[in-house]
Design a protein around this ligand. Structure first.
Ligand SMILES: [Zn+2]
Ligand SMILES: [Zn+2]
Length: 480
């Protein structure tokens, strides 16, 4: 049964969603914003144009800690909230979901010590700024070193991931119950109650990742995570709980077998999984799930929120969004002129009351315009602003899966609506190159694709491109 809108006056709750912070400890304001390395805005300050701004840069750069701190400091005071755990008072948050990628993109020089310092520093900052607000983290692909290297639990000793998961369990122990810390230490995933009637599952999506070379040895349900997930969902179904799933890498970016099994699980438990939340692509998009029998009835949606960092995505496991340029043309240099602004997301969900769907009712996206912030006099608080709210911007009656399915169809015919989505996809800073018809076909196809490499999901859109061309365009995104 699809979710129904909450009755008038029913409580709602706001959930703060942070993803892909990518703190660069070596960020230097005034350093070169363009450089041959994969990460810039570091090193000696210099004179002239093209230098790193104080709050961040529209370039191949991550963020200084004071920008992350400024983001957290301007949020509605989480410590001031009432004892009402569902946070009904306007503005304040009932919980925070934080889906990973804490360290910067200087992946070629990171040590385990660097990664642990990033984990502890940013965790401490969240605890200090968010006070008693409970934060539910998920493990990103950048937490480890080498990047993407997450050995499954059968690997023991110094090669294992214990150095990372043990540190996470220690850093996050005030936010998570003992049972969650136990599975976190074992495999980097856990479940915990958010409030009565709502359970959270935090998945370690590195066990689905094409870039995790440990899975070349054995990719069969690494760490038994999907088996475990089915157990958690079956218990929740029995107990009448709803479940929010969070994770870093979105499901359609996963290895094909993992992704198709996950799709099947979402189908089986469509009545229990109230929402799914991911990050990693640094872009503002989503992946729809349909019933497996007909692939026509939308049963779930994985929201993909834009990154806090400005970093333009160059890492493997790239976003499934289209290329900046049509294939057969020479690849452009990595876009340095108009990467995204810094940003974060707030989800409004049905609150805690008997019979609540705990479904997403709307979401809002906030950004920091770095041109304005960097031009302001020193000491000025940076002006975070609301970029848009989903229902209003797209004219959605509700924000259930069927509304997003209709939005994709509407975008096919309504070019103005599609351009608005394209603008939001890039946090208000779209690339110079417009999204032509192959690009548009590939993007709309990606939005319908909750599982990897399935041409059938795009067929109702009657794309003008053959599916292999669409996949090619998805891969080309890595270049921009
Ligand atoms: Zn990231
Ligand atoms: Zn990532």
């Amino acid at each position: 049964r699809p979710p129904t809108p909450p009755p008038p006056g029913a409580p709602t709750a706001r959930i703060l969603f942070l993803t892909d912070l990518h703190w660069d400890r070596q960020y230097v304001a005034g350093s070169a914003a363009a450089c041959p390395d994969p990460l810039c805005c570091r090193g000696a300050p210099r004179e002239g144009p093209g230098v790193a701004g104080f709050w961040g840069s529209y370039s191949k750069c991550d963020l200084p800690l004071h920008t992350i701190d400024a983001l957290l400091a301007q949020l509605p005071n989480a410590t001031g909230r009432t004892s009402n755990a569902t946070g009904n008072s306007t503005g304040s948050f009932a919980a925070a979901y934080w889906t990973g990628d804490i360290p910067a993109h200087d992946v070629w020089q990171q040590s385990r010590g660097d990664q642990l310092r990033a984990l502890r520093t940013v965790t401490a900052l969240l605890r200090a700024r968010l006070g008693g607000l409970r934060v539910f983290p998920a493990v990103g692909n950048h937490e480890a070193t080498p990047v993407n290297a997450f050995p499954p639990p059968y690997v023991r000793g110094n090669q294992s991931a214990a150095w990372l998961y043990d540190a996470m369990a220690e850093a996050w122990q005030d936010w998570l119950p003992p049972a969650a810390l136990h599975t976190l230490r074992a495999g980097g995933f856990y479940t915990a109650q958010v409030w009565p009637g709502l359970r959270l599952v935090s998945l370690n999506m590195n066990f689905c990742s094409q870039a995790n070379f440990w899975l070349l040895i054995n990719a069969t349900d690494p760490a038994g995570q999907l088996q475990w997930l089915m157990g958690v969902l079956a218990d929740a179904e029995r107990d009448g709980e709803k479940v929010h799933i969070i994770g870093h890498i979105p499901p359609a970016h996963c290895l094909r077998s993992w992704s198709w099994n996950y799709y099947r699980i979402v189908n089986r438990f469509e009545g229990t999984i109230a929402a799914q939340f991911f990050g990693h692509t640094h872009l503002d998009e989503f992946e729809l799930f349909y019933d497996e029998e007909t692939l026509s009835r939308p049963v779930s949606i994985a929201f993909i929120a834009p990154s806090v960092t400005t970093y333009i995505n160059l890492n493997p496991g790239a976003p499934q969004t289209p290329a900046c340029v049509p294939p057969n043309q020479p690849s452009p240099p990595p876009a340095l002129t108009v990467p995204p602004a810094a940003g974060y997301r707030v989800y409004e969900v049905a609150g805690s009351y008997p019979g609540s769907s705990h479904a997403v009712l709307d979401h809002e996206t906030f950004i920091l315009n770095l041109t304005e912030a960097n031009a302001a006099p020193p000491g000025t608080r940076p002006p975070w602003q609301r970029l848009y709210s989903a229902r209003k911007a797209y004219g959605l009656p509700t924000a259930f899966p069927s509304d997003w399915d209709r939005l994709v169809r509407r975008m096919q015919d309504d070019e103005q609506l599609f351009q608005l989505f394209w603008f939001h996809l890039h946090k208000g800073h779209p690339p110079h190159e417009p999204c032509g018809s192959p690009c548009k076909a590939a993007l709309l196809c990606a939005l319908r694709s909750g599982r990897a490499a399935d041409p059938a999901l795009c067929r109702p859109l009657r794309p003008t491109l053959p599916f292999p061309r669409i996949q090619e365009l998805w891969h080309r995104q890595r270049l921009c």
